[in-house]
Design a protein around this ligand. Structure first.
Ligand code: HMG
Length: 390
């Protein structure tokens, strides 16, 4: 059976910071952020957007009435969970008005969990060919003001419908994966911000990539020449490039040029959003699908997923006929166009405006958040969400 990504939607919060201005405010050469790190803009979530609202807003764009009936599994990958017990997937299930006869679960393994969701979704569709699975990756990446990680923050979500006979990307069954218990990046339960061993995390990201790529070649006999493009988990856009260049010489000059050009296309959206952790690889895939003019149906795309701690996976998909027809390019152009740039001062204010951590109730000002779905407050320890368009 052919199983894969049938639909893909993306959402970013309504604010962003210009990386050149952030660099100037931090006394850093702007080229470090725009070239050395490879980021132009950083998406910023107001207090009225959390992992649940980002996810629901992304899914809202792609779910139609038939999907609402057929989705019987919601798999929500996030490391920005809002509750130790209740899964974020249950809130999203309700906000979207999905068929109640469904399973809804949150998955965690840093930036890897949406990929775990996709692989589990494939198994579910194989057993239940007429159902559909909603897989979401949504996160708010926070390292703290003035930290080395600050330039690699971001916020957003990617939602995908996985089904049989997919319209976008057929997922093949030859993925390779690797786990090792390391401390490159983590966020203890008591901390709003992530802890990170930056250089070590970069090294491990590349090491894991080399391991799964080598295993993939050994297992399948395929080479770089089999691929139209490789997409990477993108904590910042220079990172994927650092991994890609370790294997580029395995290809002819022509293959190298093609992969380099398509890598640039695959990071256009990420350059404007920053790290969205679980959704980052899929934002890169979306960027490639929507922005390229050269990749044809039938061509193969490689995807490298990495989640600190750490798990890495390399898997592949085949582009489906007329895939461009089923994308929402205009909607995403509008999403970027409608975002508001905020000054560095305003960013710091928004960043520090967090929810009460002592159990107090709060009513939030929603006038500054035009998103269809937002958090309106907390009452009796319960988050109150509003779907403006239901
Ligand atoms: P840093 O130490 O401040 O930066 O933080 P740096 O000194 O290494 O400089 C960065 C790059 O800019 C270097 O290039 C410099 O040469 C260059 P590179 O050597 O790396 O190619 N540079 C300049 N370029 C042009 N003009 C200039 C200039 N100055 C310097 N004037 C670091 C960088 C990434 C370590 C930091 O931002 C950080 O800790 N980020 C968070 C961790 C991270 O993103 N790790 C990525 C791999 S782990 C991962 O992907 C998992 C993750 O998504 C979490 C999860 O799984 O949940 C993070």
């Amino acid at each position: 059976m052919n199983i894969g990504i049938d639909k893909i939607g993306f959402f970013a919060p309504p604010y962003y910071v210009d990386m050149t201005k952030l660099a100037e405010a931090r006394g850093v050469d702007p080229d470090k952020f725009t070239i050395g790190i490879g980021q132009d803009e950083m998406a910023l979530a107001p207090v009225t957007q959390d992992a649940v609202t980002l996810a629901a807003n992304a899914a809202l764009q792609i779910i139609d009435e038939e999907d609402k009936e057929k989705i019987d599994l919601v798999l929500f990958g996030t490391e920005s969970g809002i509750d130790h017990s209740k899964s974020a997937a249950v809130y999203v299930h309700n906000l979207l008005g999905l068929n109640p006869y469904a399973r809804s679960v949150e998955l965690k393994q840093a930036c890897y969990s949406a990929t775990a969701g996709i692989q589990m979704a494939k198994g579910h569709i194989a057993l239940n060919p007429d159902s559909k699975v909603l897989v979401i990756g949504a996160d708010i990446a926070r390292y703290g003001l003035g930290t080395p990680g600050e330039a690699t923050q971001g916020a957003g979500a990617v939602a995908m419908v996985i089904s049989k006979d997919p319209k976008l990307l057929l997922l093949e069954n030859d993925s390779t994966y690797f786990t090792n218990d390391i401390m490159d990046f983590w966020r203890p339960l008591y901390s709003e911000n992530a802890y990170v061993d930056g250089k070590f995390s970069n090294e491990q990201y590349i090491l894991f990539f080399n391991k799964v790529w080598e295993k993939y070649k050994e297992r399948t006999g395929r080479t770089l020449a089999d691929f139209a493009a490789l997409c990477f988990h993108t904590p910042y856009t220079k990172m994927g490039w650092k991994a890609l260049r370790t294997i580029l010489e395995e290809g002819t000059e022509e293959v190298q040029e093609k992969l380099k050009a398509n890598y640039q296309t695959s990071i256009r959206y990420n350059r404007r959003v920053g790290n969205i952790y679980t959704g980052s690889l899929y934002l890169s895939l979306l960027s490639l699908l929507e922005e390229n003019d050269t990749i044809q149906a039938g061509e193969k795309i490689g995807l490298y997923s990495y989640g600190s701690g750490a798990v890495g996976e390399f898997f592949t998909g085949i582009l489906q006929p007329d895939y461009k027809k089923y994308l929402h390019i205009n909607r995403h152009e509008e999403l970027f166009r409608s975002r508001e740039e905020v000054s560095v001062e305003k960013y710091e204010e928004i960043f520090q405006n967090t929810l009460p951590s002592d159990g107090a109730s709060i009513e939030l000002e929603s006038d500054n958040d035009p998103s269809p779905i937002y958090l309106s407050g907390i009452q009796d320890h319960k988050r109150i969400y509003v779907n403006r368009i239901r």
